[in-house]
Design a protein around this ligand. Structure first.
Ligand SMILES: [Zn+2]
Length: 391
């Protein structure tokens, strides 16, 4: 459907005809369904076909908005043909399709039937649509769109700055250091092994195909483990702190370049995005700071600038005030200060200045799995008790 629609519009354009409207396209493709070559389209719910067209229309709208400058951000390319060989495929059912969840917890899909589901979490409200996705590792997912009230968290006093640590995943200014959890390191190690095994297999061999599937699975597992870790950590940090500041990596990347770092850079930006939207949903303040001031060179206690320090210097004593600093924790405190959030190391106290992060009303981003209640309710004031066990 998507490709047929794209083809129809491309042909119209090539013939110098006006842009086919959504309604025209829909009518044309309904007619096509009656032809013997496309009779098999009747095997799936009509809603799935309409939704494929809706995706095409959205792709065109984004493209036009990007061309005319109404859409900010990176340029959007015109829609491209999709391939049945794509490793990830998805279909979407809306309420019109009358999908339902049976009393026994199965997902009832039109023209497919009752599908057993392993539920990762309960649905907070009746879903308005469901996407059924098969990923590159051959796993099926059902992703629901639900309405959920943002649910503001009770106000707390603490304010925190977070540094992307050199040896740790993140270093909050309260002096704690958060390493990647063991389950994630193990998944990443398995992925590396699978990739090495694949590289040794002969091209075109059946063993190479098998190895490729193993890599895809290991990849999926590592990605899931990483996302899970990011969700748990970001949820805990949002719950514990009224205001959070992080460094903008785009700026930071120029300042410090190092192999180990670039490996988890991608993870860092996904994590920071989670902090931002969760802050918006929960009524917390979130700031990104550009790094114009070298945060690791300045004493967070007295503001003295001690000059650059090589990466191997993990700890240093300020020559002016005599405070001994952990490099990363000091940087985290400076990040919070630069964002206009006054903090003291160890026990962050002092109210956040400025405006709370933009509230995004309504839905969570698609494909997101937040744990609103958390596995463990955090009690404000008991920091050591706040982070869920990650290791
Ligand atoms: Zn000092």
């Amino acid at each position: 459907m998507y490709n047929d629609g794209l083809h129809a519009r491309q042909e119209a354009r090539a013939a110098g005809l006006p842009y086919l409207t959504d309604a025209e396209l829909s009518a044309r493709l309904t007619a096509v369904k009656a032809t013997p070559e496309r009779a098999w389209l009747g095997d799936v719910s009509a809603v799935v076909l309409q939704q494929a067209l809706a995706d095409l229309n959205a792709a065109y709208r984004n493209f036009f908005a990007s061309v005319t400058g109404r859409r900010k951000g990176p340029k959007v390319a015109p829609p491209r043909f999709r391939s049945r060989k794509d490793r990830r495929q998805a279909i979407r059912f809306t309420a019109n399709a009358r999908f339902s969840i049976t009393p026994s917890g199965k997902l009832r899909l039109p023209k497919i039937g009752d599908v057993p589901v392993r539920w990762s979490r309960g649905l907070p409200s009746a879903p308005s649509s469901v996407s059924v996705i098969i990923d590159a590792a051959g796993r099926y997912f059902a992703s629901f769109v639900v309405e959920q009230a943002p649910g503001l968290l009770p106000e707390v006093q603490s304010v925190i700055g977070i540094d992307l640590g050199l040896t740790h995943f993140a270093v909050p200014s309260d002096g704690r250091k958060v390493a990647s959890p063991r389950f994630l390191r193990r998944a990443e190690k398995k992925l590396r092994r699978a990739q090495q095994a694949l590289s040794r297999k002969q091209k075109g061999s059946r063993n190479r195909d098998k190895a490729r599937v193993r890599v895809a699975r290991a990849h999926a597992r590592a990605t899931d483990a990483r996302r899970d870790f990011h969700h748990r950590l970001s949820t805990a940090l949002i719950r514990e702190n009224q205001a959070i500041a992080v460094e903008d990596l785009a700026v930071k990347g120029l300042a410090r370049t190092r192999m180990a770092r670039s490996i988890h850079d991608a993870g860092w930006s996904a994590f920071v995005d989670m902090l931002e939207y969760k802050a918006g949903l929960r009524g917390r303040t979130f700031r990104r700071i550009g790094r114009f001031e070298p945060t690791s060179q300045v004493c967070s206690a007295c503001g003295d600038k001690d000059g650059p320090k090589p990466l191997r210097v993990r700890e240093w004593t300020c020559p002016s005030c005599g405070t001994t600093h952990d490099r990363d924790v000091n940087a985290a405190v400076n990040i919070a200060k630069a964002a206009g959030l006054a903090v003291t190391a160890c026990r962050a106290q002092v109210r956040p200045g400025g405006i709370p992060a933009q509230r995004r009303h309504g839905r969570l981003p698609a494909g997101d799995h937040q744990h609103p209640g958390g596995r463990r309710a955090a009690r404000p004031g008991r920091r050591d008790d706040c982070l869920p066990a990650l290791d």
